[in-house]
Design a protein around this ligand. Structure first.
Ligand SMILES: *[C@@H]1O[C@H](CO)[C@@H](O)[C@H](O)[C@H]1NC(C)=O
Ligand SMILES: *[C@@H]1O[C@H](CO)[C@@H](O)[C@H](O)[C@H]1NC(C)=O
Length: 516
């Protein structure tokens, strides 16, 4: 069982371990504020993925996604669903006002495919179109830059039923058509498009351990017994199709929209920083191998036209291959890299196992959350210590290793129990990680923006409603889902207002933001 690069909470008994935020975007002129360079950096909180924020899962013609099916089957640890979530479908206007009050410069959100195109392909749902147009117009009205995520784990159930979703090459055409609708309808106001969230993590949860929708796996890799799946091959197939789908959407944008709309298209990857546990040659190689599996899996094809050699060697025939023309098609089909980042891991060598292997076994490393954790081949650290420098290292590494593409930190933040308002921990976390982003910028990393995860509490995959990453608390026990500013919201608001100058200042002013 392997929970690999899951930012999510684990083990289930360690609720305080949950480390996974959403988004509260806002452009942070870090460069101006701290005199780093003349490059502009944006800082924002990441946006709430679809139903996780929107709720209203069955309203106005929306069809179910695989997460609705999954949560309705009681697969969440707390049996929760995203049916109502943060009520964003009805509260977006107030929320955008709150964003403006918080001085957000940018906001990142994802579009629910099954709300916009309920049959998965074909007719656009007028009500879905209206919702996103309203939200976008509201953001434009308040001068908030818009970053859209096209796919955030919520695949339309109808296409899952028809052909198995990401496991089929048919997804490439349908995803491209969905992207086409978004570019056509919203591209006059949206310039930042990210195609897929965490392709290097989601498919492990979905097809290896089975903890994510659609919950497929095979023995001995699933965390529960799955009725269908093949943990050793399906994650590789799904990611292969994601890369092709991403490239296809990107090429469509370049050919039909970019000249006029002047936007950019990128992909998101989940990131750890990886420290070698020792300086032995095998541990240094293990660390490099981990980076190739984590980043190179997706970015290798998109930047260089193929998977990293070490993946081809260790995975063998279970790794799909690109034909020559596919390789040319995917190579260079990326304008920027989005990363989600929460913490670092320590890596050492684990000899490659003989016999049946999944992704984690193919990677052949032991990993842990701190130097003193016990060695494990699974991702089950006893703690996730904050490590702000890790974000700096990731940004510098990606700049050097993947051709200097612009990078956006699309998620970064810290969880707390839902009822906590005095989130000093979160403020300290954000301060140190934003500072680390600036250090990376000063060292030449091509980082262009930073989004906090999250602006407000949403329905967190795996964690449900118990833990939130929001700078604004949402009271999920109250039907009206009221929002309340945490200390971090007031700090961030002041930080942004002062152009980042308060980044290093003490958290002493509780402010009156909630009353604004
Ligand atoms: C998974 O697929 C591989 C490659 O096709 C095959 O060898 C293996 O038997 C399959 N495993 C299961 C559990 O179906
Ligand atoms: C490995 O070497 C680097 C560079 O010399 C050093 O900074 C680091 O502390 C060493 N790590 C360990 C675990 O000894």
């Amino acid at each position: 069982v392997l929970y690999l690069p899951l930012p999510w909470p684990y083990p289930p008994s360690c609720s305080s371990c949950f480390s996974r935020p959403p988004m509260a975007p806002r452009l942070l002129p870090l460069s101006a504020s701290r005199g780093a360079t003349s490059r502009r950096t944006s800082s924002s909180a990441p946006p709430p993925p679809r139903t996780r924020y929107e709720g209203a899962v069955a309203e106005d013609g929306r069809s179910p996604s695989i997460w609705d099916t999954f949560t309705h089957a009681g697969k969440m640890p707390d049996k929760s669903t995203g049916d109502i979530a943060s009520e964003g479908y009805h509260k977006y206007k107030d929320d955008v006002k709150l964003m403006a009050d918080t001085n957000l410069e940018a906001y990142r959100f994802s579009i629910s495919w099954s709300r916009l195109v309920p049959n998965g392909r074909g007719a656009v749902n007028p009500k879905g179109l209206e919702y996103y147009n309203n939200l976008i117009n509201e953001l434009v009205k308040h001068g908030i830059q818009i970053h859209v995520m096209l796919y955030h784990l919520d695949f339309p159930q109808v296409l899952e039923d028809e052909y198995g979703g990401w496991l089929s090459p048919r997804i490439v055409e349908d995803f491209t058509a969905f992207a086409d609708v978004c570019f056509r309808e919203f591209g006059d106001r949206v310039s930042y498009w990210t195609t897929i969230d965490e392709p290097n993590v989601g498919p492990i949860g979905s097809y290896d351990s089975g903890i994510f929708a659609p919950g497929r796996c095979s023995d001995p890799f699933g965390i529960t017994k799955c009725t269908a799946g093949n943990s050793t091959v399906e994650p590789y197939i799904a990611v292969h199709n994601m890369i092709l789908a991403h490239a296809s959407a990107t090429r469509l944008y370049r050919e039909q929209y970019q000249a006029v709309q002047k936007g950019v298209v990128g992909i998101n990857v989940y990131s750890f920083w990886t420290y070698p546990l020792t300086n032995s040659t095998v541990d240094l190689e293990a660390t490099k191998r981990y980076q190739d599996f984590m980043f190179g899996w997706t970015l290798g094809p998109l930047v260089f036209g193929d998977y990293p050699q070490v993946m081809k060697t260790n995975v063998g025939s279970r790794l799909p291959s690109f034909t020559k023309s596919q390789s040319e098609f995917v190579k260079g089909a990326i304008d920027f890299i989005g990363i989600n980042h929460y913490y670092s891991v320590y890596v050492n060598d684990r000899p490659l196992k003989e016999g049946v292997r999944d992704y984690a076994a193919d990677m052949s490393v032991y990993q842990r959350g701190s130097r003193t954790d016990p060695a494990t081949s699974e991702y089950a650290p006893t703690a996730y210590p904050d490590d702000p420098e890790g974000l700096q290292f990731v940004l510098q590494y990606l700049t050097e290793a993947y051709g200097g593409l612009p990078i956006y930190v699309q998620e970064n933040g810290k969880a707390s129990a839902n009822d906590i308002l005095d989130d000093t921990d979160r403020v300290e976390y954000l301060k140190s990680y934003i500072g680390s982003t600036l250090d990376a910028l000063r060292n030449g990393a091509n980082v262009k923006g930073y989004f906090v995860w999250n602006f407000l509490d949403i329905f967190e995959f795996l964690a449900g409603y118990k833990l939130g990453f929001g700078m604004y608390r949402v009271d999920f026990d109250d039907e009206a889902r009221p929002r309340e500013a945490r200390l971090s919201a007031r700090w961030y608001s002041r930080f942004l207002k002062n152009n980042g100058i308060s980044a290093q200042s003490e958290v002493d002013d509780t402010g009156h933001h909630a009353q604004q």
